[in-house]
Design a protein around this ligand. Structure first.
Ligand code: FAD
Length: 493
């Protein structure tokens, strides 16, 4: 029978484990390879997928389809309205085009695993073999363990072990061969109800034309664009990454996260390229390069955590005792934070960057998340959801991990008693106020001494003229209260 590659969050042709194997298999059997993509709006809604992320997927699908077309591999697209029908639709397609072997890369989240289990059981009844490949991480989850054979819950020792394993042989950084072309012209062979038309938008996930235009410029689609971005970063900015990555007003990071999250580029490709620029070393050498490689280890870490502790996928914090925190449920607090109207300029700048572009700088993600949980005492899960609903790079493991770090509910989290002072963070990481001025135009006339705390540094008259909001809470008072509340649930520890 033929083979099918079911694409999900791995929208690339190069170094794609499952696609490469699927092609190898099809060639060996002298059969055809088809590619399938399922649009699943109900599932996407349930997972809070941001419209801007769906738009990015669709744009990348067009580019992927073009690339596959050159190899005579058709990419078939089908919308399945009810998520529970996804597994049967995939099998239906396999049967319709005489497929005996289905390939896909593993998605580690709980609902995705359940979906794939269902696919496997349906496939078994239809004599279809399913191969699910590890592709998302450099080292598959479950293979970086402590001496006691336990999963790591702290990043630094995880990273040490991760670097040792990755450096111990070629296995984990070996890139997969590109797929081979199909022999015959098979374009007409796909079955009814399935076609190759990629929609321009998906109902329920439309974005404004202006936002879509902006996203196409800031995050152009396709693996070529992703590799170009990687090359530009590695041949220039990476050397200063260690310091530059903390300054939100400059372009100091790679801006590759959206491509990682949609699988338009692989973590292997990135580490291989970074290592090559560092005289083939993963450790030592240029500190900018090694720091960047370690960020990719963070990405692996949070995926490993999710597989080791699947309850974090089910709306539960890693530290279960933190479920007893008495959050403040005042909806106005959450709303003002979402809208970037807290009266803390750095927080407002971050939220407005997110709302306008679908992306936020990492330092500011930490500041805004810490502010929501520790200053406003709003449940971190509300913030996690809002980020997911707006990020172009939304990724469950990294987002959940980042939020739980800030809320002190997670693995290797920031200790609960260490609370960022938003004004000091602002002075330290945006000293001139350039980032704030860009995103909070009300404050554009203020200088570096005033911009971080306008209500505290300006006369009431000047402050009133700005038409900028007064601080939603007093940081010092909020901090005291939060410390008390956290102390009560964590037994002081
Ligand atoms: P670079 O600094 O160039 O880093 C390279 C890559 O390493 C990133 O693209 C990303 O894939 C990975 N990476 C970097 N930092 C982290 C990290 N702390 N955790 C996990 N992976 C990391 N990242 C997401 O990809 N999706 C999310 O939904 C997401 N939500 C976050 C929520 C919060 C509250 C916090 C604090 C962080 C979150 N991050 C998330 C991590 C990080 O902020 C982004 O990956 C980063 O800002 C993306 O920019 P970049 O591609 O320029 O990163």
């Amino acid at each position: 029978g033929n083979c099918v590659m079911w694409f999900r969050t791995d929208l690339r042709l190069k170094d794609n484990r499952a696609l490469s194997l699927a092609s190898k298999h099809a060639t060996k059997q002298n059969k055809n390879l088809f590619a399938l993509y399922i649009i699943s709006p109900q599932e996407w809604k349930a997972h809070d997928v941001a419209p801007i992320r769906v738009d990015f997927w669709l744009r990348n699908l067009v580019s992927l389809q073009d690339k596959l077309e050159e190899l005579n591999i058709p990419l078939i697209v089908r919308t399945v309205n009810l998520r529970r029908n996804v597994p049967s639709t995939v099998i239906e397609y396999c049967k319709a085009v005489n497929v005996s072997h289905l390939f896909a890369n593993i998605e580690y989240e709980i609902n995705e695993s359940r979906r794939d289990k269902k696919v496997c059981s349906l496939a078994e009844h239809s004599d279809i073999v399913v191969s699910l490949e590890h592709d998302q991480c450099i080292i598959p989850p479950g293979l970086v363990l402590t001496k006691q054979q336990k999963p790591y819950t702290v990043y630094t020792p995880f990273k040490k072990s991760w670097l040792a394993i990755v450096g111990s042989g070629p296995k984990y950084l070996e890139l997969s061969p590109n797929p081979a072309p199909n022999n015959e012209l098979i374009r007409e062979q796909y079955a009814s109800g399935f076609n190759t038309k990629i929609p321009e938008f998906v109902e329920g996930f439309q974005i404004l034309t202006a936002q879509s235009k902006r996203a196409s410029t800031e995050f152009p689609a396709g693996e070529d664009a992703a590799h170009q971005r990687l090359q530009t970063f590695i041949s220039g900015r990476i050397e200063n990454y260690k310091e530059a990555r903390n300054i939100p007003s400059i372009d100091g990071t790679s801006s590759l996260s959206a491509y990682f999250a949609a699988g338009v580029i692989s973590a292997r490709q990135c580490v291989v390229a970074a290592r090559a620029a560092n005289k083939n070393k993963l450790q030592c050498g240029n500190i900018g390069i090694t720091t960047w490689i370690e960020e990719i280890a963070w990405r692996d870490f949070y995926r490993h955590v999710l597989v080791a502790f699947p309850y974090v996928c089910m709306n539960r914090p890693y530290k279960l005792e933190t479920e007893n925190i008495e959050w403040n449920n005042d909806p106005a607090r959450l709303r003002r934070w979402c809208e970037g109207k807290t009266g803390y300029p750095i927080v407002d700048a971050g939220m407005r960057q997110l709302n306008e572009t679908g992306w936020m700088h990492n330092r500011v993600r930490m500041i805004t998340a810490m502010f929501l949980t520790k200053d406003l005492l709003v449940n971190w899960q509300d913030g996690e959801r809002y980020f997911m609903q707006h990020l172009i790079d939304g990724d469950f493991a990294s987002n959940n991990g980042g939020w739980q770090w800030c809320a002190s509910t997670g693995t290797d989290a920031q200790p609960w008693f260490r609370i960022f002072n938003p004004t000091l963070q602002s002075q330290k990481f945006d000293p001139n106020g350039d980032y704030i001025r860009k995103w909070v135009p009300e404050l554009s006339s203020l200088g570096p001494n005033e911009i971080h705390d306008p209500s505290g540094s300006l006369s009431p008259k000047r402050f009133a003229k700005l038409k900028y909001t007064t601080p939603i809470v007093d940081h010092k008072t909020a901090r005291e209260k939060t410390l008390e509340i956290y102390k009560a649930v964590t037994k002081g520890g």
